[in-house]
Design a protein around this ligand. Sequence first.
Ligand code: SF4
Length: 348
Amino acid sequence: MKTFQIFNLGCRVNAAESNLFAQKLIDKNYQPATTNPDLIFINTCSVTKKANTESLGLIRRLQKKYPQAKIIISGCASLKNLKNKKNLKILINLQKETLLKKLHSSYTPQIADKFSHTHRFLLKIQSGCTHFCSYCTVPYTRNYLWSLSIKIALNTVKKAINDGYQEVIITGVNLDQYTPGLSNLLEKILTETDIKLISFGSIPVNCIDQKFIALLKKYPSRISNFLHIPIQSGSDKILKLMRRPYTRKIILDKFNLLKTFNLSFGTDIIVGFPTETETNFLETFNLCQQISFQKIHVFRYSPRPNTAAQKLFTRSPKISKEILKTRSQKIRSLTSQTILPSHQKPQN
Ligand code: SF4
């Protein structure tokens, strides 16, 4: 029997796809292995320059360690700096998604999934993004939009419950572009299945609508009490330059609605975006302070190839490393130490 190993980098969408890929290999009589695999699948990431470098480093290490293995590379990393492409098969995201779509998002506990810790099922409901935030390369590597139908999503959740999963983690590249609407899907899962808990990889600000709020009110114990809502900045000037589809006021209005429930929040913040002044930074700092996030992922802006923000970065005065460091530390210092109930820990 042939063996395989999967290496996943980056977001939960990648993780969900890696699970599906593992299931596909099991269906073809491959067996998971921890050493000397015949086949290796690496799902790469390029969300930052560092993530891209890590992805390439991992490929090189595995090529060296397992020269006999067939290595399949997918994901978002740019492979142009990879000199030795021997033994590699490149599966671009679109090919990967076409292949995996046939599985209708389903996999079993057989894959011993390390991402969802066996009782949590990663349900990928959407793929692709055409939003083109000015700092992001995702729309260049995943611009094919796809949404899972509500019918298939319901069947998948029911099957996951039968397989012993107690929680579904809903994930997608940009859930704002999930065509049936996130709240509509959520309502169906809550009313038509017995899943104990629904949580999310992350939720775009604009997905917090009236229906979402009503569902939180009606099903407080079945929707995770930790929501990761990436805001990126609290400055209207920077949000506009980032091309984020909301303003500081919209963020505040949504969080004011959410604060009426017993919830904790996480977010992503980019510091040092081109032209960010001390005043702009303080707007972000004050907003984070006001919302009182339990967890904040702070990223220092890094220019990504061919993006609009890279052009802005090239022609703007540079923000020094010391300032970047201070701004990151200041935002990190805001993270509160609230302990969550043990059954609902935040996702990593
Ligand atoms: S919404 Fe913006 S940040 Fe998110 S994937 Fe799309 S372009 Fe990138």
